[in-house]
Ligand binder design. Structure first.
Ligand code: ACO
Length: 332
């Protein structure tokens, strides 16, 4: 009887960003801010923004094609497409549009919502399908267009976000390259960061009233989120490393959700990871939510810095609140 490979490996990555970008000087024409304030408080210099004719599904599909090409996997060989996003084109989900766009006709496709933790949560979800032997080839995309939901009059939050997409291909492999993980949620802290539905009463009959409305712009308590990230992210990375029977000395790269350079620096300091091992591209993209981790991974791989066999500790954190970490080896 043929043995089913129930380990997994990350075999390819891809990314995409809208062509249009807005630097801090441009942003200071819109709200009362400056390049000096934004760069010194966040490390962000510029962000990419989607226009009215661009879609999340198209952006995600470009990242996906690049990942498939690196992994040398045909779209028709994909069994599952997972789209981690909080900003779908369609509230019913955008993963199926990406499936159609790619021609991945054998794949089942669905969205997964866990804000900026979405990519890490998606990777662990994908791993369950592979480890149980159900699927062999999974395409995981992290994509967000938060520019649609940011309050462009609120200088405390609009300076932070940008649009982008990243993707990886996960494949069944004889040796399991996913070494450890830890995921956490705390809904009691939901008020710190959300894009909340708000409706108005809409009477239907004399005694039945429903609600109709739309989502409100991003609402964020920056200080609370900062405190949460700096305290909880090192813990969850340590947990995932412990599960992998590794310490921070064993990792080649620390790949954190790109929310703020000061958060990256503070977390790395607590974990005693030297700056040269900390991946950062926040200066050029800002916070692209579920896309930051695969986007930064892909750039670093394509620059030739991440080598096959390198050990990466990645951590996502954000709305929910939710946070998680995964330790994996690149390719092989
Ligand atoms: N330009 C100029 N001044 C500003 C700006 C701005 N863009 N934003 C705020 N200020 C002012 C404030 O009005 C305040 O002035 P005041 O003292 O006169 O009232 C002063 O700067 C300090 O404001 P703080 O809010 O205290 O600034 P802080 O040092 O906390 O930095 C920041 C704010 C950058 C948002 C920080 O709290 C942070 O990064 N938090 C984490 C946010 C985050 O990562 N969110 C997303 C994570 S999850 C996800 O990805 C969805």
């Amino acid at each position: 009887m043929q043995q089913v490979a129930t380990g997994l490996a990350v075999t390819g990555s891809g990314s995409a960003a809208p062509e249009t970008s807005l630097d801090n000087d441009g942003l200071s024409q819109i709200v009362d801010t400056s390049d000096e304030w934004i760069a010194s408080r966040t490390g962000i210099r510029s962000r990419h923004l989607s226009g009215p004719d661009e879609s999340l599904a198209k952006l995600g599909a470009i990242a996906a094609r690049n990942a498939l090409s690196m992994a040398q996997v045909e779209a028709t060989d994909i069994d599952l497409i997972l789209l981690a996003t909080s900003t779908p084109d369609d509230l019913f989900g955008s993963a199926c549009q990406i499936q159609a766009e790619l021609g991945a006709k054998h794949a089942v496709a669905f969205d997964l919502t866990a804000a900026c933790s979405g990519f890490v949560f998606g990777m662990i979800t994908a791993a369950q399908f592979i480890r149980t032997g159900v699927y062999r080839n999974v395409l995981l995309i992290g994509a967000d267009v938060l520019s649609r939901w940011v309050d462009w009059t609120d200088r405390r939050s609009c300076v932070l976000f940008g649009d982008g997409a990243g993707a990886v291909v996960l494949q069944a492999n004889e040796n399991d390259r996913l070494l450890g993980f830890a995921l956490q949620s705390d809904g009691c802290l939901h008020d710190c960061l959300n894009v909340q539905y708000q409706g108005k009463p809409r009477p239907l009959t004399d005694n039945i009233t429903v609600s109709q409305g739309t989502y409100q712009p991003v609402s964020m308590n920056g200080k609370e989120v900062y405190r949460f990230a700096v305290n909880r992210v090192p813990e969850v990375v340590e947990k995932a490393l412990f599960q992998a029977d590794l310490t921070t000395n064993d990792i080649d790269w620390l790949l954190l959700h790109q929310a703020n350079q000061r958060i990256l620096d503070a977390v790395a300091k607590r974990l005693k990871v030297p700056a040269e091992k900390v991946i950062s591209n926040i200066a050029n993209y800002g916070n692209t939510s579920a896309a930051t981790i695969p986007l930064a991974l892909d750039e670093t791989v394509r620059q030739g810095h991440i080598k096959p066999g390198d050990t990466i500790a990645a951590s996502g954190f954000g709305a929910g609140l939710s946070w998680g970490a995964v330790v994996f080896q690149w390719q092989r």
